[in-house]
Design a protein. Structure first.
Length: 309
């Protein structure tokens, strides 16, 4: 069933909307990138608990990151964003970070420390553990023809791989590019927010393993309050660039079940700046297609009647 385009931008509790009576509080993730240390414990814990195949330890040639992106075999991805920051060697303020820059292959010294004091360049390391956003208005649910994708009582979105037919519609529908097909079987895979653990009252594996509590799990309303307080604290401490992403229930996807505190623009982390559920305009499109078909049928009848008289 396609969403009502007139209700896409208002607050919505997706579990009751999906038919669950007496649903528990909506659960989700708040990822605070300001305390992420890039240890990748979340990636390992996700793979171990969910039996996700290993995705290789590749040197990508563009970053110290060895995963690269969310894939069918990487449901958590710790992004490494390396930004050059000129060292404060002359007593001048440190310049704002520029775009991502290749640091070269790993060596015996920290990046940028081999050129002497005057020419030295330090780097700001932005780390972010990315994951499926578990959108309030999830386009992947709208386009799945088999019902493989479903909304849980916790408001999350899960793929039932046993009834996925590999059509790939969900992949193109996702505004974040999260869902991916596994090459050896063609089925779609993504984060389930450890649905099996949630049902047993346990914390998802990635959040359980995070040593700095960068990944926080809990009722979404509580996480939003905690995130707002964290942003206010960072602003008071002189970090004005701190901002939340995916927390607003009035955005183009109705807010995310997994949202983030970022220290730069979303595009720096590879996130779309203004995501919109891709099926938003489908009802209007079907209506217009129907009207066009009726107009063509009427024109055909008129031409036939006119030609025979």
């Amino acid at each position: 069933m396609l969403p009502d385009p007139n209700s896409l931008y208002g607050p919505l509790d997706p579990a009751p909307e999906a038919g669950y009576e007496d649903a528990p509080p909506r659960m989700g993730f708040f990822t605070d990138t300001s305390v992420c240390i890039g240890c990748k414990a979340c990636e390992v814990a996700c793979k171990e608990w969910n039996g996700v195949p290993e995705s290789g330890l590749d040197l990508l040639g563009m970053s110290y990151d060895n995963t690269g992106a969310l894939t069918a075999n990487s449901w958590r991805h710790v992004a490494f964003v390396e930004q050059p920051r000129p060292a404060d060697v002359l007593g001048e303020p440190v310049a704002a970070g520029a775009g991502p820059q290749f640091l070269g292959m790993p060596g015996s010294q920290p990046p940028g420390r081999g050129s002497g004091a005057q020419g030295r360049t330090d780097f700001r390391w932005l780390m972010m553990s990315d994951v499926c956003k578990h959108c309030t208005h999830a386009a992947c649910l709208d386009v799945c023809p088999t019902g493989s994708l479903f909304r849980t009582e916790f408001g999350t979105v899960v793929v039932q791989e046993d009834i996925c037919n590999g059509c790939g519609y969900c992949i193109s529908a996702c505004p974040y590019g999260v869902i991916d097909q596994r090459k050896d079987d063609g089925r779609a895979w993504k984060c389930t927010l450890c649905y099996d653990r949630l049902g047993a009252g346990q914390t998802p594996a990635c959040a359980q393993a995070c040593p700095t509590e960068s990944i926080q799990y809990g009722p979404l309303d509580e996480l939003r309050e905690r995130a707002a307080a964290r942003v206010a604290t960072l602003h008071e401490r002189g970090v004005p660039e701190a901002r939340l992403y995916g927390h607003d229930p009035n955005d183009g996807v109705g807010g995310d079940g997994a949202f983030f505190l970022l220290l730069d623009e979303p595009e720096v982390y590879g996130l779309p700046p203004d995501p919109v559920v891709t099926t938003r305009d489908l009802p209007k499109m079907w209506k217009r297609a129907g009207l066009a078909a009726l107009a063509m049928a009427a024109a055909t009848v008129a031409a036939f009647v006119g030609g025979s008289s």
